[in-house]
Design a protein around this ligand. Structure first.
Ligand SMILES: NC(=O)c1ccc[n+]([C@@H]2O[C@H](COP(=O)([O-])OP(=O)(O)OC[C@H]3O[C@@H](n4cnc5c(N)ncnc54)[C@H](O)[C@@H]3O)[C@@H](O)[C@H]2O)c1
Length: 273
């Protein structure tokens, strides 16, 4: 169902790798709501994923950019403004990667050059992106910038590893840069803290199956899907949320405020008997 919430709005969507990606679902929903956008991903992801199918489906162009490269970001933003015929109304940062997670190094035995790389991709890139947008004055007044986070920024999830620290940093950047973007450009900056979701990045976390079923049992509304996240993002890109900024917003079926649920209690008792 379409509400026309993004008619005449233009933007950039980072991080659509395949049809499971949260960014992929978001691109489809933005298109349905009337928004126009450039799709972007790391040059290496162009070969692994199927972003060109999405571009065709949403009538959009693809511009490769490594989100850790200022030069790539500058080129992406210049080109996007040219192709879309004006400044941007929305940007989605849907990027995350930990080399330690990928290579199975535990939190207590990190390779710190991998830690630095993962930080740059998952958190530093958000600052770089906003700095380029800010300096180029690339956002329209009342525009909206969203990045995706996870509750391991606030609470301990041991196997989430260094991504927990990256998400804490990401959320802090949203607040810190959001202040300047709000004050100087009247642009919103928020993070959405999403339920565990079966995507390439999500499934890379050790013990993901246990992770997702535990969250499902703990959440009164059940886990939020990638499509739920896309829909929430649409509201944050729309004019209906003009003064929501500097927030970390939970899209998690209620998980973040739970202590324990009946479903989890039942499992605990069963396991003891
Ligand atoms: N899946 C989950 O359980 C979950 C939960 C909460 C938050 N998130 C967050 O949602 C976001 C999207 O992840 P997803 O779950 O859709 O997985 P995904 O694997 O589909 O998306 C991650 C994207 O990051 C891109 N990327 C990696 N390095 C990059 C670079 N240098 N430059 C540009 N792009 C780069 C990848 O190519 C990929 O498209 C991430 O920030 C992730 O941490 C995911």
């Amino acid at each position: 169902m379409s509400y026309g919430l993004l008619t005449e709005k233009k933007g950039i969507i980072f991080g659509a790798l395949d049809e499971n990606s949260i960014a992929w679902k978001t691109a489809v929903r933005v298109h349905e709501e009337g928004g126009q956008f450039i799709l972007t991903n790391a040059p290496v992801a162009m070969r692994m994923g199927s972003i060109n199918d999405l571009a065709q489906q949403t009538n959009s162009q693809v511009i490769p950019a490594d989100a850790t490269s200022i030069e790539d970001l500058e080129n992406l933003i210049d080109q996007s403004i040219k192709i879309l015929g004006g400044k941007l109304d929305f940007v989605l940062h849907s990027i995350g990667m930990s080399v330690n997670v990928r290579k199975g190094r535990p939190y207590t035995d990190q390779n710190h050059s991998w830690t630095a790389k993962g930080w740059d991709v998952s958190a530093g890139s958000f600052h770089k992106l906003m700095q380029v947008l800010y300096k180029k004055d690339a956002m329209n007044k009342w525009g909206s910038i969203v990045a995706l986070s996870y509750m391991a920024a606030q609470r301990v999830f041991p196997d989430y590893n260094d991504m927990a620290d990256n998400k804490a940093y990401l959320e802090s950047i949203a607040r810190s840069f959001g202040y300047f973007f709000g004050r100087d450009k009247k642009v919103r900056v928020n993070t959405i803290s999403q339920s565990p979701t079966p995507t390439t990045a999500g499934k890379g976390v050790k013990g993901f199956d246990g992770f997702i079923s535990y969250a499902e049992k703990m959440s009164p509304l059940g886990n939020a899907t990638a499509l739920d996240c896309a829909n929430y993002t649409i509201t944050l890109f729309s004019d209906l949320t003009k003064r929501v900024t500097l927030q970390n917003l939970y899209n998690d079926g209620g998980f973040s405020n739970m202590g324990v649920s009946d479903a989890v209690m039942v499992d605990m008792v069963d396991n003891k008997e």
